[in-house]
Design a binder for this molecule. Structure first.
Ligand SMILES: [Zn+2]
Ligand SMILES: [Zn+2]
Ligand SMILES: [Zn+2]
Ligand SMILES: [Zn+2]
Ligand SMILES: [Zn+2]
Ligand SMILES: [Zn+2]
Length: 174
């Protein structure tokens, strides 16, 4: 039996875990995805596997002071930006109301440390720092990046994990 859940962004019908190769746009965070998803075929409603299964509230190292609650943005006149990747919050985010702090659900699921083929030998830690170029793509890492401190290597989360994290690579504008 495929896994089924109900989610606060689509309470009417259960969502069924489905594996399809085709790309999709997540109706939760409104960022693209591919592969594993949760799907309602009545309304053609789809969520990233991780957007569907991440907890309603969490405590995360990136915001140690307060717990964050998963919410859906309803006011289009209230633009928000993810405090980790600096891309817009399109619909759902983990939010600290007290601080006005937001994270994309997929950014909130990023591991604090990783071992990666792009920089083998040392573990990389997700840390905030001043803007510096990414060692993989050469574009600037704005705030948070995976960093190897002894080697001074910086890597965008999206360069390490690709579209899996739902983020667009920062492009030069203007
Ligand atoms: Zn439905
Ligand atoms: Zn999503
Ligand atoms: Zn983000
Ligand atoms: Zn806070
Ligand atoms: Zn990069
Ligand atoms: Zn290193």
């Amino acid at each position: 039996m495929p896994k089924k859940i109900t989610h606060f962004t689509h309470p009417k019908h259960p969502l069924v875990q489905t594996l399809i190769d085709r790309r999709f746009k997540c109706d939760g965070c409104k960022y693209p995805g591919s592969g594993l998803r949760y799907y309602c075929d009545i309304f053609d409603f789809v969520l990233h596997d991780r957007c569907a299964t991440c907890p309603p509230a969490l405590h995360i190292f990136a915001h140690p002071l307060h717990p964050l609650t998963q919410v859906a943005r309803t006011d289009p006149a209230d633009p928000r930006v993810c405090d980790l990747c600096r891309e817009p919050v399109r619909r759902t985010s983990y939010r600290c109301v007290a601080c006005g702090f937001d994270l994309h659900p997929l950014c909130a699921m990023l591991p604090p440390t990783v071992e990666a083929e792009l920089h083998s030998g040392h573990a990389l830690s997700l840390v905030p720092a001043i803007p510096q170029p990414c060692s993989a793509c050469g574009e600037v890492c704005l705030v948070w990046r995976y960093r190897c401190i002894p080697c001074k290597v910086n890597l965008h989360p999206q360069c390490l994990f690709g579209w899996q994290v739902g983020m667009k690579k920062t492009t030069h504008r203007g």
